[in-house]
Design a protein around this ligand. Sequence first.
Ligand code: HEM
Length: 248
Amino acid sequence: MQNNKRSNLFTRIENWFKERIDVYEILDSFSSLTGFLYTELDKRLDIKDAIEKALKKPVPKHVNWMFCFGGITFLLFIVQIGTGILLALYYKPSPENAYESIQYIMNEVRLGWLIREVHAWSANLMILALFFHMLRVFFYGAYKSPRELNWIAGIFLMFITLTFGFTGYLLPWDQLSYWATTVGTEIAGGIPWMGKYILYVMRGGENITGTTLSRFYTLHVIVLPWVAAVFLGTHFLMIRRQGISGPL
Ligand code: HEM
């Protein structure tokens, strides 16, 4: 009875759409258009082989769910790029405007609050997934020869990810950001011998000012994404070359 009601509702919705637009016809013409484009591209670039090679590579039997954490970390990184670009459309990196532009994103921009929350949550989840990925690699001994270089590339990726988090934290330019950056840079300042120079370079002076905000913003949206792309490319190339490590 319940099921019958539900299927009636679906049929009515389907009919409503059918009377107005023929979804199936649109889908049909879309697939023949993409099919046409694909055939023409393939004639010139011979991409079919490369795509088949990439997609039809068999997954070894010992690979289980724990091998997913690297991929999840990467997926969250892509989410960060997408939501980060959307936030950058409205964020203003200056001491006078930063805080207000965040308020504007939260209260005025359509779905701005959601984009910002997804960016913040995905940043935290990325660090969590990264941590589980490292644990998996460590306990499977996947860092051993011939994958030592990939472990080292991974260490760079870990620092890049943490620096993304640290630099991003200052950008809202509120009390929490200000004091977190004060503490963070002071910790770096405690390094023997060169600590005070590091602190000076990080802050762009003695104190946290607009210069610090500019530096952190530049790192967060220009330098780190490109450096991460290079290390991710290297990481994936090496995985492709060496294949996934064996069973325990
Ligand atoms: C943004 C950060 C990272 C991303 C997106 C990433 C992504 C991946 C992916 C997709 C794989 C394939 C197998 C799997 O997922 O387990 C992999 C493998 C590997 N990763 Fe990462 N990774 C990152 C950071 C790290 C870190 C921090 C380390 C260690 C310090 C590391 C070391 C390795 C090693 C040694 C392998 C080869 C494992 C094997 O062959 O079994 N990665 N990574």
